[in-house]
Ligand binder design. Structure first.
Ligand code: ADP
Ligand code: MG
Length: 333
């Protein structure tokens, strides 16, 4: 079985913590144990992750350091730094878990570029807040000097917002597929990947250029899972299951559901755009592109959910809902 598993950025840098290196490493150690359990059970694992807290701090460091004369790196480069940072922490933690368990397993990070359309309507309407909070005069100056779009964020001050375009394809996916084929655990598309647009060079070739935007990590994970023909896409968050009528007295948690039923809930507006909406949308998109199983659950439920079912599990049709037995047997080849 091949699984693409997406961790929220908050699984690594938790709210209520300062986000020190040691704190992040400790959080990652818990994730590594679960991932090693899956590898031991014969699952080929591709990890994706969010980077909100980390890229926010890196962007802020660029701002502060530029006052000391150090050239600030653009936002796409900050995304690459966050992929390297989180990839390094995961690689080392997983390596240590593997050697402690006497497992023969390897793990590698791929800095990942994700192609978006320059014509994506998101570029005309930036919505995703990034980085720190500013006062109104500071915000006005940043709009003028850097061309940033600044918005007032829930009474907490002004923040920069960047566009959130849709992922079209993943530049490095064939290399990622080779690595997975070779038996390596691969970490890819961190933070949703680095958004790039294709621009025609003088010779007519479609070359790439980074853009100041953020790709939704769940959407990028679904795209990667489809390109890799993964058996299962797992979107991890801080709830064990998805609910309909969430937060109301009629709230009902969803277990195993068909693609058709989930599409209906999505169209009925059950899931808010800023949180559960993109996850359900991405799970549905994966199945529409040929995926056979999508799971939304918490880190604590990851292992049983992948191996035996659990969380909110979306399957293509009613026939497959009746299917039971060893899920690892449903592997490709
Ligand atoms: P992540 O950082 O993992 O992307 P989000 O905060 O964006 O997490 O999304 C997960 C949150 O969505 C949950 O903590 C929950 O409070 C909220 N949520 C909104 N609607 C629903 C729903 N219908 N069912 C379950 N959780 C929901
Ligand atoms: Mg989210």
């Amino acid at each position: 079985m091949r699984a693409v598993i997406a961790f929220g950025g908050n699984a690594i840098a938790r709210s209520g913590q300062r986000g020190t290196y040691q704190e992040q490493l400790a959080n990652i150690r818990e994730m590594s144990a679960a991932l090693a359990d899956l590898v031991e059970a014969g699952v080929g694992v591709v990890i994706t992750h969010g980077n909100g807290p980390q890229v926010g701090q890196i962007a802020l460091q660029q701002d502060l350091a530029s006052a000391a004369g150090i050239p600030p790196m653009p936002f796409d480069a900050a995304g690459a730094m966050s992929e390297g940072l989180i990839g390094y922490m995961l690689q080392q933690s997983l390596h240590n878990t593997f050697v402690e368990r006497r497992m023969e397993a390897g793990c590698v990070t791929v800095i990942t570029q994700v192609v978006v359309a320059a014509s994506d309507p998101a570029f005309r309407n930036p919505t995703k807040p990034v980085g720190g909070f500013y006062t109104r005069p500071q915000a006005e100056e940043l709009e003028e000097t850097k061309g940033w779009t600044m918005v007032e964020d829930a009474g907490r001050g002004y923040r920069r917002v960047v566009p959130s375009p849709r992922p079209l394809t993943i530049v490095e996916w064939p290399s990622i597929a080779h690595l997975v084929e070779s038996g390596a655990m691969v970490i890819a598309a961190g933070g949703g990947g680095i958004p790039v647009v294709e621009t025609e060079s003088e010779s007519g070739a479609a070359t790439l250029r980074g853009v100041e935007a953020v790709i939704d990590k769940d959407r990028a994970s679904a795209r990667l899972a489809a390109l890799l023909t993964a058996d299962v896409l797992v979107l991890l968050t801080d709830v064990e299951q998805v609910a309909v009528r969430y937060g109301t007295p009629e709230q009902r948690w969803l277990g195993r559901v068909s693609l058709d039923e989930m599409r209906e809930h999505l169209e009925a507006g059950e899931f808010p755009p800023g949180s559960m909406g993109p996850k359900v949308e991405s799970a549905v998109a994966f199945l529409e592109q040929g995926g056979r199983r999508a799971i939304i659950t918490s880190v604590g439920r990851l292992v049983p959910a992948v191996l035996r079912g659990g969380g909110t599990e979306i399957l293509p049709d009613a026939g497959s809902l009746a299917a039971t037995g060893d899920l690892t047997g449903a592997a490709h080849g």
